[in-house]
Write a protein that binds this ligand. Structure first.
Ligand SMILES: Cc1ncc(COP(=O)(O)O)c(C=O)c1O
Length: 462
């Protein structure tokens, strides 16, 4: 196992010794006062982060870790990108905050830059504070536009932690929040590796998943359904790239029944898959796109809904009944302007595509050749999942759905000890570094995974 590199001085300029002392205080105060998301508070030991730069973070002991998680898959331009940091600083000096009813230069410019990059005629942008509230508002818009209430979303998905968004979510985090009255109905999306449709190839998976969706709509009552909400490529649920024809088929079904198609690009958008939006791989134009995370790399909270002309027209002479104090906050939208311009100038989206096609894709498939614990490798750009299994033939996962396991905990701990911060979910390790990741960094991450996967191999059923 490689040991991680420590430095005497952090990228912040602080000495490591001083930072460590500060880190100890940080941790003690965290445990005394901070209430963490999704957690049993007494059972967690949050990693202290002292500094970050590019593709790396430094933990409380001063160890440098390669961030193959991009935190929560949001630091698309890497940590502390100097142009984005400078834009936030300049904006803070100029105008920290202004209420949403006023026109503001950076909000206007961010909306223009986003509208220019979204497909089709999604020309208006409603800004929110993050991804969950973007989905809340997209659903509200769809319900008011159609005059219908029910919403469909897939199992194996994540759409956010607020009330409607968590009910759209198709993972176990919904269960304790689901009172059965949200108006959301779930369906099975395509996932050939664990096909619900007994499909043997992508074409069958597409046809059968579309047939299932169409059947579900006819049984639920097409005139009661406002929207279908889908991650263009489901992220946290496992990076299942939809097979050819599936999203085009969903578009056709939505058109047939007058249903609004909402593409959730909160995780998959802004370069993550090697295109501005994941849906661009499929040549499909949804009615609404929700975004957050990569829009400004999460440097300041920001999300939003990109809205088609048709849906925007619904609210041309009728007030849209929704808003937020911080809609289009200047610090957040200044960060978005700087992020999008940096991505354009530095060809960051192209870098994500190239790293995926030339390094991560082939590298991870190479790991699958060497490590029998890998059941499947899938992804695009800098958006990859490896599915770890106890048995390749039965596909028994290395941790059950919705849970962890001692084997997975060992694998994750070994990643960290080896200098890699992974994104892990159930039986999967995701390789989701910043879109700015270099070839050498991507190879470094693959080498650490190669070592660590011996542990997963040892946990296979004999
Ligand atoms: C696809 C998707 N939608 C929505 C969200 C929720 O975004 P936020 O945490 O900013 O509310 C997430 C967060 O991970 C996500 O991955």
């Amino acid at each position: 196992m490689t040991t991680t590199v420590s430095q005497d001085i952090l990228p912040t300029g602080q000495s490591l010794d001083a930072a460590r002392v500060e880190g100890e205080r940080t941790y003690a105060l965290d445990r005394a006062h901070v209430f963490h998301s999704w957690s049993a508070q007494e059972q967690i030991t949050p990693m202290t982060i002292l500094a970050s730069e590019g593709s790396y973070v430094w933990d409380g002991a001063g160890n440098r870790l390669l961030d193959f998680s991009s935190q929560l898959v949001n630091t698309n331009v890497g940590h502390q990108h100097p142009k984005v940091v400078a834009a936030i600083q300049e904006q803070a000096a100029k105008l920290c905050t202004i209420a949403p009813q006023y026109a503001n230069d950076v909000r206007s410019e961010a909306a223009r830059l986003i509208a220019e990059r979204t497909p089709g005629d999604l020309n208006k942008v409603f800004f929110t504070n993050g991804g969950a509230d973007a989905n809340e508002h997209a659903v509200r818009m769809a319900r008011l536009h159609t005059g219908r209430y029910k919403v469909l979303s897939r199992y194996r998905s994540y759409h956010g932690g607020t009330d409607t968004a968590i009910n759209l979510t198709g993972d176990p985090r919904r269960w304790p929040n689901d009172y059965g009255n949200s108006g959301v109905v779930h369906f099975h999306g395509p996932f050939l590796y664990r096909s619900q449709f007994h499909a043997e190839n992508e074409q069958q998976e597409t046809e059968r998943a579309l047939e299932h969706l169409d059947q579900l709509i006819r049984l639920e009552g097409p005139n009661s359904i406002a929207a279908i909400v889908l991650e263009s490529v489901p992220g946290t649920a496992g990076i299942m790239v939809p097979p050819p024809g599936y999203l085009a088929g969903v578009r056709e079904i939505c058109d047939r029944y007058g249903i609004v198609f909402i593409a959730d690009e909160v995780m998959s958008g802004f370069g993550r898959t090697g295109k501005w939006f994941a849906i661009d791989h499929f040549d499909v134009v949804p009615d609404l796109i929700t975004f957050a995370k990569g829009v400004n790399s999460g440097y300041v909270p920001l999300g939003g809904v990109a809205i088609s002309e048709k849906i925007a027209a619904t609210f041309a002479n009728r007030p849209y009944p929704g808003g937020l104090t911080y809609s289009g906050h200047p610090l957040a939208t200044a960060a978005a302007v700087a992020t999008i311009n940096a991505m354009e100038d530095e060809r960051i989206v192209e870098n994500a595509a190239r790293i995926g096609a030339e390094i991560l894709g082939p590298g991870l498939r190479g790991l699958a050749d060497r490590h029998p614990s890998i059941g499947e490798v899938r992804g695009l750009g800098v958006f990859w999942a490896i599915e770890l299994v106890a048995d390749r033939a039965t596909k028994e996962p290395l941790a059950p759905y919705g849970a962890s396991s001692p084997a997975m905990n060992e694998v994750i701990a070994a990643c960290k000890a080896g200098g890699l911060l992974p994104f892990a979910n159930f039986n999967r390790i995701h390789a989701v570094p910043p879109c700015t990741v270099t070839e050498a960094e991507a190879r470094e991450g693959l080498a650490i995974l190669d070592t660590v996967l011996d542990i997963a191999d040892a946990h296979r059923a004999s």
